[in-house]
Write a protein that binds this ligand. Sequence first.
Ligand SMILES: Nc1ncnc2c1ncn2[C@@H]1O[C@H](COP(=O)(O)OP(=O)(O)OP(=O)(O)O)[C@@H](O)[C@H]1O
Ligand SMILES: [Mg+2]
Length: 374
Amino acid sequence: MTVYLRALRLVNFRNYADATALLSPGLNIIVGDNAQGKTNLLEAISFTVTGSTPRTPRENEVVRWGEDFARTEARISLDGSTDERAVAIGYAPGQKKRITVDGAPGPSLTNYAAGGAGARVVTFFPDDIRVVKGAPADRREFLDTLLSSLRPAYARAVVEYAKAVGQRNQLLRRIRDGFSSERTLATWDRKVVDFGKVVLEGREAAMEPLEEYFRDSLRVLYGSEKAAIRYSYTTTLGDYSEALREAHATDIDRGTTSIGPHRDDFEVLLGGVNLTMFGSQGQQRLATLALKFAARDYVRGMVGEDPILLFDDVMSELDESRREYLAGYFLESTQAVISTTNLEYFGSDILQRTRIIRISGGSILETATNGVRK
Ligand SMILES: Nc1ncnc2c1ncn2[C@@H]1O[C@H](COP(=O)(O)OP(=O)(O)OP(=O)(O)O)[C@@H](O)[C@H]1O
Ligand SMILES: [Mg+2]
C-alpha cells in the first residue's frame, strides 16, 4: 500500500496565488490560524486527485478572486520508490477542464474521478456531519462519491440515471398537461431502469462490507453498542420495472418519479436508535467519522490500496482519548493530511513522526519533517 502524494502546486486556487506543498507518507499536519487557507489546501488535494471539489457544487468559487483560471499540479508516488505520476487540472469557468496525466491529455472526468490519477481520497470536512444528520440526499451522495471513485461504470450510471429521471419527469408533466400520451413513458421507464439498476446493484453490493467496517470503527470510536447501517429501498432490483409501471398514475399526477435509487436512503443506527433523528451532536459526529473510516476500508478492500485521507479540523471537537486514537490511526495510514489551528492536540511523540506544513495568508511558510521547525 504505497500510493501517496509527494507534492502539490496550487496556482490561483482559492487564496493561493502560487504555492507548493511537499508531503510525506504517513501523517501530514497543516497548521495555521483561522482563515489562512488550511481547508483550501485540503480541497485542492481532493480537486487534483478527483478532478472536482467536494466542497461546493459551484466550482467557479475555487478560482482565486480577480483571476480567470485555477490550476493544480501534483506528483503522486505509485510504488513508494521512483515510479511517479504527474497530474494537473486546469480549470477556467465556462470551459471544459483540462486534465493531464504525465503531460498527455487525460481521460474523461468520470474516468479520472474513478482512480485515473492512480490515487483516491476519502475526505472529511466539518460540514460532512450532514451525512448522518442531514437529508437522504446527503447519504446518497456519500455512497455515490465512494462508489464512483472505484468504478467508472458506476460513475457513468449515476450521471446517466439522473439525466434519465430528469427527462422522464419532463415527460410526466407533459402527459399530465395533455401534451403526450402515457404510452410514450415505456421508453423512459426502460432507460431509467437500465441505469438505475447499475446504481442499485452497486449500492447493494457495498452495503454489507460497509456496515461491517462501520460497526468496527464505531465500536472503537464510541463504545460497545451495536451499530448498523440499513439501506432503505423505494424499490428492490427484482421489482424495479414493475414497480415503476405501477407508479405511472401517481408519477403523472405529481410530475415526478417517485421510486428508484434517487429516492432511497440508509439508516444509521446505534443500539437500535436512528442517529439521524435521535443522535446527539457527538454521536452524529463520531458516526460520520466511522462512515469515513468505513469508506477507507472499503477502498482498501476493493483496490488493495489505501485512499489518501484528507481530514479537515477533525481534532477540535473530540476529547483527548479520541484525539489520541485518531492520531495513531492517521500515523499508520499510508497517507493522511489533516488540518488544525493547534498543534498542542498532538503529543511530541506523534509530532516526531509527522510532517508539519505551516501556512499563513495563502502562503506555505515552511514544511518540516519530524515535527521539528526548521
Ligand atoms: N476564490 C477565492 N479567492 C480568494 N480567497 C478565497 C477564495 N475562496 C475562499 N477564499 C478565502 O480563503 C481564506 C482561507 O479559507 P480557508 O477556508 O482555507 O481557511 P482555514 O485556514 O481553513 O480557516 P479556519 O481555521 O477558519 O477553518 C478565507 O478568508 C476565504 O475567504
Ligand atoms: Mg478551515
